[in-house]
Write a protein that binds this ligand. Structure first.
Ligand code: GLA
Length: 381
């Protein structure tokens, strides 16, 4: 009798394990479809990744752009929390880096110049007199090699690779870049970056999604409550180039050490806010560079959505969509006005190649650069 009971218990446990495994693999999904062609005829694919909770990311191989990201609110209703456009052509016409991978260098390099090993390199200048987000044709505008894979944990990844040739946009070295987007069953969009070079160079990769946790197009982001785990930021000149100072945020409009509405102080008469037309600044994260640490938390009270940002990077650019001006219409037909999205771009600090006191962005021949960022979604009351 006892052994029959034992047998039945073991059998039902096995069935349970089988059922849950089956349920996971039944729902985790990946598919791809054509999204059109670039001006030079390259075909662009749009990949759809779904996790076991129904969270869905759509990412294209052009620019590694996250086109949509559907996450549940507190009533379990999915909503698309990133700004984006409907058709490839809309992206090709020009947009402010919506959802894109940024490289070789996220944010600005002053006057597009830096010196490495005694050689001065001149980069493409595309933002006033400065170099921004990798230049005229950065990683946001190239078609990456893409394949999707199922991980050993039963999750889905999109593996993107790109070889940036020696001299591209003025940078030295053939840079081999790999970016892996993983949609985890813990409702995370995880991004793993690696890069190697055959000549000493500089590199600073990031991701440029504009988030609105109310759903894209549903108004501005000023009521979102933000915490940034940083006691200091890097103030800039009028051209958004860091002065080199690491300035305390405590007590001023840049202080997000405690959860505060993004809009609470955005219009204060502060010179840094005036330079950025709002927040457009790099924060010096308190967490330890090289280990995954919590950089920021955002809470949207009406939907209950929470986004936590974890990273191995030393900095994060907090940008409040100050240059959005109503000229772009989003995926669901709503016009994107100023401050309809915010970016939290994990990174090394802007202009590091010209700032010897900042953590270095130099990648030596033979070294491998690794970096991880996780956007985790959940809800609360
Ligand atoms: C970054 C920059 C901003 C702006 C946006 C894109 O966040 O810091 O100044 O260029 O990208 O529009």
């Amino acid at each position: 009798m006892r052994s029959i009971n034992k047998f039945l218990i073991t059998l039902s446990a096995l069935l349970l394990v089988f059922a849950s495994t089956f349920a996971v693999s039944a729902q985790v999904n990946m598919s791809k479809e054509s999204f059109g062609r670039t001006a030079d005829g390259q075909e662009v694919q749009l990949f759809t990744l779904t996790n076991k909770n129904g969270m869905e990311a759509r990412i294209m191989d052009y620019g590694g752009i996250v086109v949509s990201l559907k996450v549940p609110d507190r009533t379990a209703t999915l909503g698309d929390v990133v700004l984006g456009l409907n058709r490839l052509d809309d992206y090709l016409k020009g947009h402010p880096y919506f959802g894109a991978l940024i490289g070789r260098y996220g944010n600005r390099i002053a006057k597009g110049r830096f010196t490495l090993n005694g050689v001065e390199y001149k980069l493409a200048v595309n933002n006033g007199e400065n170099h921004l987000h990798g230049g005229i044709k950065g990683f946001d505008k190239v078609v990456w090699n893409a394949k999707y894979v199922k991980t050993t944990k039963g999750e889905v990844s999109l593996v993107l690779t790109y070889l940036s040739k020696d001299g591209e946009e003025g940078y030295p070295g053939n840079l081999d870049v790999k970016v892996v987007y993983t949609l985890t069953n813990n409702n995370e969009l995880r991004i793993d970056y690696t890069a190697t070079t055959d000549k000493d160079t500089v590199v600073n990769l990031t991701h440029h999604s504009y988030f609105n946790l109310k759903g894209e197009g549903n108004g501005d982001i000023l009521d979102h409550k933000l915490t940034i785990n940083a006691n200091r930021f890097t103030p800039t000149d009028a051209g958004s180039i860091p002065t080199g100072e690491l300035k305390s945020v405590i007590g001023g409009p840049f202080d997000f050490t405690k959860s505060t509405a993004i809009g609470a102080r955005i219009n204060q008469p502060d010179q840094q806010l005036q330079f950025g037309k709002g927040y457009d600044h790099n924060y010096v994260l308190n967490g330890r560079m090289g280990t995954v640490h919590l950089a920021a938390t955002v809470f949207e009270p009406t939907t209950g959505r929470v986004m936590e940002v974890f990273t191995t990077e030393p900095g994060i650019q907090f940008y409040t969509g100050n240059f959005l001006d109503g000229t772009l219409t989003g995926k669901s037909g709503k016009v994107y006005q100023q401050r309809y999205g915010f970016c939290l771009e994990t990174q090394h600090f802007p202009d590091s190649p010209n700032q010897p006191k900042f953590p270095t962005t130099t990648l030596r021949k033979g070294q491998t650069m690794h970096s991880t960022t996780i956007y985790r979604f959940s809800t609360r009351k």
